[in-house]
Design a protein around this ligand. Structure first.
Ligand code: HEM
Length: 240
C-alpha cells in the first residue's frame, strides 16, 4: 500500500518527549520534589525552544507557514474538510500555536518561583523579580495548569474524533511518521520534504548547553531588567 511521509524524526521525538516531560513535571510537583520539577521544566523549555526554531527552519510539515493559514483556508477546511497539507490541519494549527504559548508561559513563570517546601533550591531566576511580581507569577503558574489540562483534553478529543469518525490514526502517524493512502488528508498529498535530523540534533545540543548556562550561570546573577535593557541595546546596535 502506498504511504506518504508526514512527520520527520525530530518532530516525533519532540512530541513524545514533551508528553513524557509534562507528566514528569506534574508527578514531581505532586511528590514535592522541587529540584526534579525544575530540571524537568527546563527540559520542557528546551523542547519548546527547539520546536519554535524547527518551525522556522525544519522540515516542510514542521514549518509554521506550512500549517498556519488565514481565515479562507480555515473556512474551506471546516466546510469541505479539505486541507492542503498532510501536516497539521488549519484548525489544529492554531491549537499548536496556543499550546506552545501556554506551555512557554508555564515554563517561563516557573523560572522565577521560590521553593516553598524549603527543602530544595529556588528557581534559577527568582532573585530577578520582586516578591509581589513573584506572587503574580506563582498564580499564573498554578492556574495555567488548568489551561494545559483543557488543551490536553481537547487534543485527545480531536485525536479520538479523527479515529472514530474519519478512520484516521493520528497517533500511529506521530509514532511511525508516515500515513497510508486511505488516510490521506489531502486529495493530492505532498510528501514531507527537507529532512535534516543532524541539524535538529545540533540545535538540541546547543540549546541543552546554552539554556542551562544562561539560567544557572549568566542570568542568575544580574538584574533582570538590566539584562533586558542590555539585550535591547545590543539588538538595536545589530539592526541599525
Ligand atoms: C510544563 C512545565 C511545568 C508544569 C506543568 C509545572 C507545573 C507546576 C505545578 C502544577 C505547580 C504547583 C502549583 C501550585 O499549586 O502551587 C508548580 C509549582 C512550581 N514550579 Fe512548576 N511547572 C512547570 C515548569 C516549571 C519550571 C520550568 C520551573 C523552574 C525551573 C518550575 C518551578 C516551580 C516551582 C519553584 C514551583 C513552586 C513550588 C512550591 O510552591 O514550593 N516549574 N509547577
Amino acid at each position: 500500500m502506498k504511504k506518504i511521509q508526514v512527520w520527520d524524526l525530530p518532530i516525533r521525538l519532540f512530541h513524545w518527549a514533551l508528553v513524557v516531560m509534562i507528566v514528569v513535571c506534574i508527578y514531581t510537583i505532586n511528590q514535592e520534589n522541587i529540584t526534579a520539577h525544575q530540571y524537568a521544566g527546563i527540559f520542557v523549555l528546551i523542547l519548546l525552544l527547539f520546536r519554535i526554531i524547527w518551525g522556522l527552519i525544519g522540515s516542510s510539515t514542521a514549518k509554521f507557514w506550512d500549517f498556519v493559514k488565514g481565515p479562507v483556508t480555515i473556512y474551506n477546511y471546516m466546510r469541505y474538510g479539505v486541507s492542503k497539507t498532510e501536516g497539521h490541519n488549519p484548525m489544529g494549527a492554531y491549537m499548536v500555536l496556543l499550546m506552545l504559548f501556554v506551555l512557554l508561559t508555564q515554563t517561563i513563570t516557573g523560572l522565577f518561583l521560590t521553593d516553598n517546601t524549603y527543602l530544595h533550591q529556588d528557581s534559577p531566576l527568582y532573585k530577578l523579580i520582586s516578591g509581589d511580581t513573584r506572587k503574580y507569577f506563582k498564580m499564573i503558574h498554578q492556574y495555567n495548569l488548568y489551561v494545559i489540562y483543557v488543551m490536553i483534553g481537547l487534543h485527545i478529543t480531536a485525536i479520538l474524533g479523527y479515529f472514530f469518525f474519519k478512520g484516521q490514526n493520528l497517533v500511529k502517524t506521530m509514532v511511525v511518521g508516515s500515513r497510508k493512502e486511505s488516510e490521506w488528508h489531502s486529495p493530492m498529498a505532498k510528501e514531507m520534504s527537507g529532512n535534516k535530523p543532524w541539524l535538529a540534533l545540533v540545535i538540541v545540543v546547543v540549546l541543552g548547553i546554552v539554556v542551562p548556562y544562561m539560567l544557572y550561570g549568566y542570568m542568575k546573577n544580574i538584574e533582570f531588567f538590566v539584562w533586558i535593557q542590555n539585550t535591547a541595546l545590543w539588538l538595536k546596535g545589530l539592526l541599525f
